[in-house]
Design a protein around this ligand. Structure first.
Ligand SMILES: [Zn+2]
Length: 72
């Protein structure tokens, strides 16, 4: 995860642990969103999801979220 002086970037963790996000997607945050929580709220509007994978949570862009569902 990359931290910027202004705001926070939430990047996609990819469809699985051994696959990176094909789009290298990151949430397009509102300029007013500075914390990870606010940025994730922006992402949810665009279809991003937060999912549990093993013992930790991952952020998935709409495309990777679909890939994950298709595999089940
Ligand atoms: Zn993705």
């Amino acid at each position: 995860m990359t931290a910027y002086p202004i705001g926070t970037e939430v990047a996609c963790d990819g469809p699985s642990t051994d696959r990176d996000c094909p789009d290298s997607a990151a949430v397009r945050a509102q300029i007013t969103s500075a914390t990870a929580r606010e940025v994730r709220a922006d992402g949810r509007r665009d279809g991003w999801r937060r999912r549990r994978r093993g013992n930790h949570l991952v952020d998935l862009c709409p495309r990777c979220d679909t890939d994950t569902k298709e595999k089940r």
